[in-house]
Write a protein that binds this ligand. Structure first.
Ligand code: HEM
Length: 173
C-alpha cells in the first residue's frame, strides 16, 4: 500500500533516508543530480562562468596561473589554458555528482586534487572562496529552480566534497 501511494505522490521511503557519508537524503541527492544536469549541459560555459566570477572577486588569483597570468581580462574566456582549468572544475564536480553513491571513489578523486594544489601552495581560503562562487553561479544559472531546498542540498554536497579536498590540501592523508 505504501508503495502504491508513494508512486502516486512521487515519494518513496528512500527519499527520507539520510546517507551518513554525505548527510544528504535520497530526495536531496536527486535535486542535486537534476539541477547539475541542467548546468553541466554546457560545461565550458559553466566552468568559464565560475572562474570568471572567482577572478572578478579575487583578481590577485590570476597571478597564480603562469599560463594566463598576463592575459587581459577581456581575452580570458577565449584562452585555452584558462578554459582547461575551468573544465577541470566542471570535471571534478561531475565526479562529485557521479560518485554521490560511491563514497570511496569520491574521496580518492578529491584528496588527489587537494594534494596537487597543496604542492603549488594553494590554500583552504582560496578553495572556500571558490565554493561560494560555485553556489552563486548555480543560483544565477538555475534561477527559480534554485529553491531553498536545492540550495541546502548543494551546500551539503559541497561540504562533503570539501572534507576530502581539504584533507589533501592540508596534507593530513
Ligand atoms: C574544485 C576545485 C578545483 C579543481 C577541480 C582544480 C583542478 C585543477 C587541475 C586538474 C589542474 C591541473 C592539474 C594539476 O596540477 O592538478 C589545476 C591546476 C591549477 N589550479 Fe586548480 N582546481 C581547483 C581549484 C583551484 C583553486 C581554488 C585555485 C586557486 C585559487 C587553483 C589554482 C590552480 C593553479 C595555480 C594551477 C596550476 C596551473 C598551471 O600551472 O598552469 N585551483 N587545477
Amino acid at each position: 500500500m505504501g508503495t502504491f501511494w508513494s508512486k502516486i505522490w512521487g515519494h518513496s521511503a528512500a527519499d527520507d533516508i539520510v546517507d551518513p557519508a554525505t548527510g544528504l537524503t535520497g530526495r536531496e541527492k536527486r535535486l542535486v543530480q537534476s539541477t547539475w544536469s541542467i548546468v553541466s549541459r554546457d560545461p565550458v560555459a559553466s566552468g568559464v562562468a565560475i572562474m570568471t566570477l572567482l577572478l572578478e572577486r579575487h583578481p590577485e588569483y590570476q597571478l597564480m596561473f603562469p599560463a594566463f597570468r598576463d592575459t587581459p581580462k577581456a581575452e580570458l574566456a577565449a584562452n585555452k589554458k584558462f578554459q582547461a582549468h575551468c573544465a577541470s572544475i566542471i570535471t571534478a564536480l561531475n565526479s562529485v555528482i557521479d560518485a554521490l553513491n560511491d563514497e570511496g571513489l569520491l574521496e580518492a578523486t578529491l584528496v588527489a586534487i587537494g594534494e596537487r594544489h597543496r604542492r603549488r601552495g594553494q590554500t583552504t581560503e582560496q578553495f572556500t572562496n571558490l565554493k561560494q562562487v560555485v553556489m552563486d553561479t548555480l543560483r544565477q544559472a538555475l534561477g527559480t529552480k534554485f529553491t531553498e531546498e536545492t540550495e541546502e542540498a548543494w551546500k551539503k554536497t559541497l561540504d562533503a566534497a570539501y572534507t576530502h579536498l581539504f584533507r589533501g590540501l592540508q596534507g593530513s592523508t
